[in-house]
Design a protein around this ligand. Structure first.
Ligand code: FUB
Length: 327
């Protein structure tokens, strides 16, 4: 299946339906001399483009709305604009983005716009109490909004084992806890304030349970433990929390009855694609469900030069997502 966007490298697509169209908020990958490493230094992005399309028919063009935010316009950012997301509430559009601050610590920022295609004006400081990467916002039917986040290794989630506001640099790099009986690190969720620009209350851990034991997924269970790329969608009253397993390269999901969890592991959404990273979003459009994701086919397998793709996904009669193979 060909990529949706071929004139730029794009990754980490967060897709939403706004104003009757699909809007895609991806990372913008670029060439770099930085060598591949497990800390992700080669993902050296500096701006975001927004894309939209009126139809997911392959013949319908995807419109590039140009640069909507650049690192140089965000006072707290030093580098690495990684996977963003967007939300709509109360007539405004919000672009959430992770980046390293001037101390090299990942934080999450927010930028606000009047239109889904931006432009977006960034708040001068990151969201207070934010850390790590891969923000994914979710506005529930009751109007409450949440933001999920976190990523291991280069995403620094493992540096917060002592508390949400205690960064332990000794855990920096491609490391994570392991060993018999050790629980996997959890993704994080926070409710958003009414103005969508701060956390409303404490950051919470997103618990993912193994269905066969009812216990938390273990750290050594690399086929199922959370690594990065959180996403939330709701279908038929069920909350689907989905994510990447990182070094085993699966997109997986877990289901629950509350946006805050706990969630029970449900299975794989997508088998490994070409490239180390796998990242996604799931959205309903014109009564079908779609998986947006990326791979490295267009660049011939260069890990930091990825391209966004889309494919329809299906649920069985019990609401289980049918596992897809990359195309
Ligand atoms: O694009 C940079 C990082 O790679 C993202 O934040 C991760 O989810 C992975 O896709």
């Amino acid at each position: 299946m060909p990529p949706l966007i071929t004139h730029l490298y794009t990754a980490d697509p967060s897709a939403h339906v706004f104003e009757g169209k699909v809007y895609i908020y991806p990372s913008h990958d670029r060439e770099t001399d930085i060598q591949f490493n497990d800390n992700g230094d080669q993902y050296d992005m500096e701006d975001y483009h927004v894309f939209s399309t009126e139809s997911l028919d392959p013949l319908t063009p995807v419109v590039d709305h140009g640069v909507v935010l650049h690192a140089k316009d965000v006072p707290w950012v030093s580098k690495q604009l990684w996977a963003p997301d967007a939300a709509f509430k109360n007539g405004k559009y919000y672009l959430y983005f992770p980046a390293r601050d001037k101390e090299g610590i990942f934080r999450i920022g927010v930028a606000v716009g009047d239109k889904p295609e931006g432009p977006f004006t960034p708040d001068p400081d990151p969201i207070k109490g934010s850390y790590s990467i891969d923000p994914a916002s979710f506005v529930d039917d009751d109007g409450n909004a949440y933001i999920y986040f976190g990523g291991l290794w280069g995403g620094q989630l493992q540096c917060y084992q002592g508390g949400h506001d205690v960064f332990d640099p000794s855990w920096s790099g491609p490391k994570e806890p392991s060993g018999a009986g050790v629980h996997a690190l959890t993704p994080r969720v926070a409710k958003l304030t009414g103005d969508m620009r701060q956390f409303d209350g404490e950051v919470q851990e997103v618990v993912i349970l193994a269905p066969e034991t009812g216990e938390k997924i273990l750290a050594d269970d690399h086929d199922r433990r959370f690594f990065e790329a959180a996403w939330m969608h709701k279908r038929g009253g069920v909350y689907y929390f989905s994510y990447s397993t990182g070094d085993t390269h699966y997109l997986c999901y877990a289901t629950g009855t509350s946006p805050l969890g706990p969630f029970t592991y449900g299975g794989r959404i997508l088998e490994p694609v070409l490239g180390w990273t796998t990242h996604h979003s799931i959205v309903e459009f014109q009564e079908k469900w779609y998986l947006f994701h990326h791979d490295c086919e267009l660049s011939g397998g260069v890990d930091h030069l990825r391209s966004v793709k889309v494919k329809e996904i299906f649920y069985d009669k019990d609401g289980k997502i049918v596992t897809e193979k990359p195309e």
